[in-house]
Design a protein. Sequence first.
Length: 300
Amino acid sequence: MRSGIPNLTALQAFEATARLGTFSRAAEELSLTHSAVYRQVASLEQRLGVQLFTRVRRRIVLTDHGAEYAGRIRQHLDQIEKDTFGLVSRTGMGRSLHIAVVPTLATTWLIPRLADFARRHPDITVSLSVRTLPFQFKDQPFDGALYHSDHVWPGTRGVLLFREKELVPVCAPTMADARREGEGPLGVMPHLHLSSRPDAWRDWYGQNRHDFAPHAAGGPRYELFTMVLAAAEAGLGVGLVPRFLAQDALDAGRVAQACPGVLRVPHGYYFSYPESGSRGETLKIFQGWLQTVAGGDTHA
């Protein structure tokens, strides 16, 4: 018996509370009562002899020790989940993959095509989790990752699926029609920005040899390209969106290209997996399918 290891239920209650910020939200996720989660966390603190949270009225805040411990426990729980998936795969109950993805590419490009993969390989289950920043596979429970970059991540092996090529300025058709001559390439339309690419509009103006007007730096910020596209369609302004993501909306007339200029970019979408260790047959099958689909996609 490993007497030094706390109860797994207590660790799960602590990790969920640390991640979600309240006992109530952790209880909802774990299908427990608020009081049950509170008791589990309190018993964990008592067993460790370390205060994990400070409690101020109805608010809880991680202590420094609690934040460090939460990060480590989260990694271990993720690894247990990954090991469990691997065991299920090896015992003939079906093969599985857990893939990290950037959200917009997942919802607009990958998921609509996964039905084809399921038809070809019905014994392989593909689970997806969102990750927007680079990470190390040794710290995360993933078999592979599909991400946006200009190179394969260090410490991994992988392939370029397709280039992003260009971002196009799109807006509602009525907004494009209302633009008047002499107001610059995009008139006085509000500029919609992607938070992770703060310099995109400045680069667009530079590539197209236009002065970067002060009002172009203003406008709302969004976390995802899908949000930028939806905001443009709703008439909130003009947004820069990869052409392959905007093409369906352009073809359907939901948005229009606001002016001829585009922003050419060197980045693309990569699929990679850990450099260390052997790549399983299931991962090879999935990578091969991705390359085939990306190679035959006319928008990519």
